[in-house]
Write a protein that binds this ligand. Structure first.
Ligand code: MD3
Ligand code: FE
Length: 210
């Protein structure tokens, strides 16, 4: 369903087997070279979600190849199969094979939410590209708040994101405020291989080159 111009939600897009493969892969990526970590913010805060990045490392508020804020190591490359998955996602969400074929993400941020984790309303504007962001959710469901590009306030729409859901944010929605209000109790999906909590993968184009 189109939630706003350029914002398309396709529930249950990933087959269970694909979800299981992604959970297994995330488990490996979380081990390193740069391990999954709670990002420390310049204001002294620590994010409640745990993150591992491939391709480029997100270090608030910029992208780097090496994780100076974690262990100084270079992040692992973005696997080609995630690029292909991103292309398929954009093609299906927009019903536009050419837009899908042209999509060239260079980064994935993998966020793990335990039962208490949240993400406050924010815009993603550290990328120097207005290409769409592809979001894939696995595991427990969450309450997702999708706002507007103007400011943190209303109007917003609250949606449930469940395991297997695809969300693509492009066009006028690319700079919309958004956040995760909470993970929903009693929605764990151990059949995905994730005993508890929620994984979200976002594919992005940084617009950077080395
Ligand atoms: C709308 N992640 O990593 S995914 C993030 O579920 C982030 O982990 C959330 O927000 C999560 O920055 C939300 C949905 C999402 C991701 C990126 C967007 C929505 C977006 C970028 C622009 C507009
Ligand atoms: Fe975001």
């Amino acid at each position: 369903a189109t939630v706003a111009p350029g914002a398309v939600h396709l529930p249950d897009w990933l087959a269970l087997e694909q979800q299981r493969e992604l959970v297994a892969a995330c488990r490996e990526w979380a081990r390193g070279p740069v391990p999954m970590h709670r990002t420390r913010l310049p204001n002294g805060g620590v994010m409640s979600v745990q993150t591992v990045c491939l391709g480029w490392h997100w270090q608030p508020y910029r992208y780097t190849r090496t994780a100076a804020d974690v262990n100084g190591r270079r992040v692992a490359p973005l696997p080609d199969r995630l690029v292909e998955l991103g292309r398929a996602a954009v093609a299906e969400a927009y019903g536009d094979g050419a837009a899908g074929a042209a999509y060239a993400p260079d980064t994935v941020l993998v966020n793990y939410y335990d039962a208490e984790a949240r993400m406050g309303l924010h815009q993603d504007k550290d990328e120097r590209s207005d290409a769409p962001v592809v979001s894939l959710s696995i595991g427990a469901s969450c309450l997702f708040r999708f706002g507007n590009p103007e400011h943190r306030g209303k109007p917003w729409t609250d949606l449930r994101l469940a395991s297997g859901d695809l969300f693509v944010f492009g066009g006028p929605s690319r700079y919309a405020y958004h956040g995760v209000t909470r993970v929903l109790a009693d929605t764990d999906r151990p059949d995905t291989g994730l005993a508890g909590g929620r994984l979200n993968l976002t594919l992005r184009c940084t617009g950077l080159s080395d």
